[in-house]
Write a protein that binds this ligand. Sequence first.
Ligand code: ACO
Length: 322
Amino acid sequence: MNYSRIQGTGGFLPAQIVTNADLERRVDTTAQWIFERTGIAERHVAEPGETTCDLAEQAARRAIEAAGLSPSTIDLIIVATTTPDHIFPSVASQLQDRLGHYGCAAFDIQAVCTGFIYALGIADQFIHAGNARCALVVGAETFTRIINWEDRSTCVLFGDGAGAMIVTAADKPGILSSDLRADGRYKDLLWVPAGVSQGYEQTRRNEAFVAMRGNEVFKVAVNTLGRSVLQALESNGLDIADIDWLVPHQANERILAATAKKIGFPVERVISTVKTHANTSAASIPLAFDVAVRDGRIQRGQRVLLVGFGGGFTWGTVLLRY
Ligand code: ACO
């Protein structure tokens, strides 16, 4: 049996920081409102010309270095993103070219904020099936490009960044389970009402923006994240006490706190980067994971549960022993 394990992680944030005070000057809001309702104090925003692939490359190089490998070992590249540089080729193909190692499968996954969970679950399946031995899995976004900076109900929530993992074949897990889900009935609670097949009209007018019914998203997010955690525990025969760290999608501090409270998960074992990263969509989970690895909270041998939720709606979990 081939199992997979996380051999190295990396993260990258663009240098430009936009604080809540900066947003006070752009829209009718206050720094205090944003912090109290979301837990966000600041977010990183890519400079003009700085692309999703630029962020993905930096995060990938850090993960490769942490894993102690060379790019030539990689035999699968998956990038989760909703904000690719181009309609095609994929960011994964561009990234393969940047790394200068050609021939392996490379493709993007689009599951919005759950994208990294989908990508990691798929990489695990490739490794289980014996079709890959060393996967580079990246979540990368320039999500602020699809934000209307005049809409105070959405522009305060998001940021840009990238997180990456090197996932390698192992004799024992590693990744203990993955569970990927979607319910398309919720598709218009959170979406960008523009796209290629619709004829680019909003894109041409530079109006391809995130539209969201925030209150409803909040409620479904809390219920779904909580239920997903409990299902992952049940299907693995584990209790909350068996999990060292929960790494949820970093949407909003109140969503994380309400989810933890609802299922009785101790908040001090929930990794949160919401305050300084905001919501980086597919990048949020691997970025938070990498922060907690590098600051020494997540340690080898510990059980970590990743849980994602996002547009679609999509959601899912990956349970792993680090
Ligand atoms: N500054 C000041 N006032 C604001 C702002 C703002 N930035 N945004 C909204 N308001 C106003 C509203 O207009 C409303 O005013 P009204 O009462 O006069 O109509 C009032 O604040 C309250 O609005 P609510 O939507 O009820 O505020 P709420 O406490 O629900 O917070 C928020 C809004 C932060 C968007 C919250 O609903 C939320 O976080 N939802 C989840 C959305 C999310 O995380 N989406 C990300 C993608 S999904 C995911 O990643 C899970």
